[in-house]
Design a protein. Structure first.
Length: 156
């Protein structure tokens, strides 16, 4: 069993359907790919959210930290920084193409990818892409939902 985490708005806490990727492109997917982004730790989820928002004034209220349980039958692939071009953090076109190739029914259920926020080899924290095109994605379950708020000292 593998544990993954996602920081979500309360209204989306029960969703595990890949809807985000159907509507939005991400670093590792083009629009129209049923994916859910998660991370290997709650702290990386929080850090990624802070980077994406860009301003403490824009941080939403009503966040939930979601803990997922991924059964061992769900195939997982890890992408190492050593396997990427030197400019991977800036070259979203390259990472998006690579992700799109993996996001197929015969691809892995979970793709562990390096965090561009951290960006160093062998970092123990990884982002995770749940591939809802894979049949085993239906075996991933929401194990826990925890009310979450950022510390008020966050971005002074």
């Amino acid at each position: 069993m593998t544990t993954l985490w996602r920081l979500s708005l309360r209204r989306d806490a029960d969703r595990l359907d890949g809807g985000y990727g159907l509507r939005h492109a991400g670093r590792w997917n083009s629009v129209g790919r049923a994916v859910t982004y998660a991370a290997s730790s709650p702290s990386l989820c929080a850090l990624e959210r802070l980077v994406q928002i860009g301003s403490a004034d824009l941080l939403p209220e009503g966040l939930m930290m979601i803990r997922y349980e991924v059964p061992s039958i769900a195939p997982t692939l890890s992408v190492a920084i050593a396997d990427l071009a030197a400019d991977w953090r800036k070259n979203v076109t390259m990472t998006r193409r690579r992700g799109d190739r993996l996001l197929a029914p015969d691809g892995p259920t979970v793709i562990l990818v390096p965090s561009a926020v951290m960006g160093f080899a062998d970092c123990p924290d990884m982002n995770a892409i749940i591939n809802h095109h894979h049949p085993a994605a239906g075996t991933i379950r929401i194990a826990e939902k925890i009310a979450f708020s950022f510390d008020q000292r966050r971005l002074r």
